[in-house]
Design a protein around this ligand. Structure first.
Ligand SMILES: CC(C)(COP(=O)(O)OP(=O)(O)OC[C@H]1O[C@@H](n2cnc3c(N)ncnc32)[C@H](O)[C@@H]1OP(=O)(O)O)[C@@H](O)C(=O)NCCC(=O)NCCS
Length: 191
């Protein structure tokens, strides 16, 4: 098997309307706009990011994950203006079983315009080409219909439901599991 990604230089990705690049501390305001938004946090188990210090802390955490070779987190920047309208990335890369998890978060003002879908397609291409995984996994809170739709549009299949497996906003919620195999992704992309 060819050697997989070695984290030497940050992977820059292109999508039709987005440039996917590394997050930097200069993105703190965009991080607050995204992770301070109640709409974005509705299906996430995390505290809102409100202050500049909290935003820097989250950006540094993402950078640290990259330095530890644990994951890649991209800023989704509009190609036309450079505005960061979302972030997303990979988590839990398992090199022996060759799978990885992905996730994404978009600024509410830009929902429903296909941005998560095109960013996810770009990330998927990179996961299969560069990480050389056999399978990409994702999950979302049962009822997060926007996220579920993004995964289905990208070719994922529903693989199961983990009942009441996550504590979110004062209650246990079901988590829906999705998977996409490499041959399914390649077949979908073929003309
Ligand atoms: C989920 C999320 C990333 C989607 O981003 P987006 O850029 O709006 O996604 P897209 O426009 O590419 O696709 C969204 C699809 O979901 C559909 N959708 C959105 N809300 C929906 C709802 N409540 N019911 C049914 N479909 C819905 C849209 O119509 C669209 O489908 P279509 O293209 O067939 O019309 C965004 O809503 C978000 O950031 N949510 C908060 C963070 C989050 O939950 N992240 C995922 C964690 S698992």
């Amino acid at each position: 098997m060819t050697t997989a990604f070695n984290f030497q230089s940050f992977p820059l990705l292109e999508a039709p309307r987005l440039h996917l690049r590394a997050l930097t501390r200069a993105d703190a305001e965009a991080i607050i706009a995204i992770y301070g938004s109640p709409e974005v946090l509705a299906y996430l188990n995390m505290e809102p990011v409100i202050t500049h210090e909290q935003a820097i802390g989250l950006i540094d955490w993402f950078s640290g994950a990259y330095e530890r070779h644990d994951g890649v987190q991209w800023a989704f920047a509009l190609r036309e203006t450079g505005q960061v309208i979302g972030t997303g990335g990979t988590y839990d890369w398992d090199q022996s079983d060759r799978h990885v998890d992905i996730g994404y978060h978009i600024l509410p003002s830009h929902w429903g315009q296909g941005y998560a879908t095109e960013a996810t397609r770009a990330m998927l291409g990179w996961c299969f080409d560069a990480l050389r995984v056999h399978r990409v996994q994702a999950d979302c809170t049962d009822g997060n219909l926007g996220s579920e739709r993004v995964l289905l549009k990208c070719g994922f299949q529903v693989e199961g439901l983990w009942r009441e497996s996550c504590w979110e906003h004062g209650r246990f919620v079901n988590i829906k599991q999705f998977g996409l195999l490499e041959h399914e992704f390649r077949r979908k992309k073929a003309p």
